[in-house]
Design a protein around this ligand. Structure first.
Ligand code: TYD
Ligand code: MG
Length: 455
């Protein structure tokens, strides 16, 4: 046994230094370095053994074993969409989200659904007693499902309890409460989180089970604990939503076995999470189309079109420097759209505060939202109400040109499905208009002129 050493580990990124520092050189976090005992397990001060014998296999020989990994669909369509069609045996998924957002609820529902369909499922809680988990399942009307429950925090115990039996899904709630005997540090510290994750990943690979790890996130939305856990697992998903809204969005941030741009939309109800099959209708419900300053953006999330309302408010500034505040969109893109409107379309916003909000708490990342944002801004400053039956999409360039975006056809089809009659879009986006009247436009000045000409 070697003498135990200690390391100084950054609790936010997992970087290791050999002395204490006030600021982590790797991630720049302040006051995040803590002293921890170095691992006493594998590789820690052990004498060098002869290298183990490996085996080489030809890449081509793998092709015969099948191109697609086998999958176990959970049976909750919104969840299966995000995983890429179901759980892959032997893979590990990290599910991050703020406390109280509904991670445990989602996973209990997933466990019950899979178990009811004949899957072998275990739910291990490190935070709640089994009675509490059962109570929640009862409240959700799921207590009849044959899910194995356990309250445990030691990963060696967990592996022992699960035994040699084959599970389709093992949920660990949460990775921050887990600890392994091989590491001498408190649960929740970086080395414990990493060590426990390693042990659970080994379990998944050896037993061909899919393991889902729940991860808490810090205030700024990072999954607490080392980023290395994100690199170790096969998929990282985030579950988020707005405290003031009932809907929740599941996204894949990383996925070795599926797409990363799909989203699953859920609504938190009194009976747990229910799937939102038609998110566009959901996000547009409660829209006040008779007010100036709102437009409807025909967006895409992965392969799925999604219509959302963009609201703008332009009001004279009381201070020397006008305010620009944005919720659900990129601050820099707003600044750019404002600059383009000023320079290329003569819309003066220098003396005005500008607020932009994506309704429903949705977050848009697509540049295709530029045109909808610009239209809402111009509508607000001119007081002209945009046609209620029109959707907008298109990317605005710095020259004021409106550039084509992908999936124009799918966007318009979704708009037509929801009863819209017209689309304002750049030329070259989508030839099939799905019955919509398409007003093609290739310059922002043209859009501003058309809005100004509205009654
Ligand atoms: P939970 O799944 O415990 O969140 P997490 O595991 O992410 O911390 O969700 C708890 C919240 O969900 C809590 O604020 C109450 C709410 N909730 C409902 O609104 N309806 C329900 O049926 C359940 C079980 C929870
Ligand atoms: Mg929980």
């Amino acid at each position: 046994m070697s003498k135990s050493r200690s390391n100084f580990v950054c609790q936010s990124c997992g970087a290791v230094t050999n002395r204490w520092q006030g600021k982590c050189d790797a991630c720049g976090a302040w006051n995040s370095i803590q002293e921890e005992q170095a691992a006493t397990g594998i590789g820690a001060g052990t004498a060098r053994k002869p290298p183990p014998k490996g085996r080489q296999i030809a890449f081509q020989s793998l092709a015969a074993t099948g191109q697609e990994p086998p999958r176990t669909p959970i049976g909750i369509a919104e969840l299966d969409r995000v995983t890429g069609g179901g759980l892959v045996p032997g893979s590990v998924i990290l599910l991050g989200g703020e406390p109280g957002i509904g991670k445990s609820t989602l996973l209990i529902q997933a466990c019950a659904k899979l178990a009811d369909a004949g899957g072998r499922v275990a739910y291990i809680s490190g935070e709640e007693a089994t009675a509490q988990v059962r109570m929640r399942a009862e409240r959700l009307g799921l207590s009849g499902a044959p899910v194995r429950l356990a309250a445990a925090t030691n990963v060696e115990d967990i592996a022992g309890t699960l035994g040699a039996e084959r599970f389709d899904l093992v949920v660990i709630d949460s990775i921050q409460t887990m600890w392994t005997e091989t590491i001498d540090a408190a649960p929740g510290t970086v080395s414990q989180v990493r060590g426990a994750a390693q042990a659970l990943i080994r379990y998944a690979k050896n037993h061909d089970a899919c393991v889902i790890l729940v991860g808490h996130v810090t205030k700024d939305g990072q999954i607490a604990g080392p980023r290395v856990v994100e690199h170790m697992v096969d998929a990282v998903m985030s579950f988020d939503g707005d405290a003031g809204h009932h809907f929740r969005i599941l996204r894949a941030i990383k996925n070795r076995f599926g797409p990363t741009d799909e989203i699953g939309v859920f609504e938190m109800t009194g009976k747990g999470l229910s799937e939102v099959g038609n998110p566009s209708a959901f996000f547009l419900s409660g829209r006040d189309a008779s007010a100036a300053g709102t437009s409807v953006f025909a967006g895409m999330e992965g392969t799925r079109p999604l219509l959302v309302e963009v609201q703008a408010l332009v009001s004279p500034t009381a201070l020397g420097t006008p305010r620009r505040a944005v919720v659900g969109w990129d601050q820099n893109r707003l600044a750019m759209v404002i600059a383009v409107l000023e320079t290329h379309a003569g819309v003066r916003l220098g003396q005005y505060d500008v607020y932009l909000n994506v309704a429903g708490g949705m977050r848009i990342v697509e540049p295709a939202a530029d045109l909808a944002a610009a239209a809402a801004l111009v509508s607000s400053i001119t007081g002209k109400i945009l046609p209620v039956d029109a959707v907008f999409f298109g990317e605005i360039g710095l020259s004021g040109s409106i550039r084509p975006v992908v999936h124009g056809g799918a966007r318009m089809k979704e708009a037509a499905k929801l009863g819209f009659d017209a689309a304002v879009a750049p030329p070259g986006s989508g030839d099939e208009s799905a019955g919509l009247r398409v007003e093609r436009t290739d310059h922002i000045a043209d859009v501003v002129a058309r809005i100004a000409a509205l009654p």
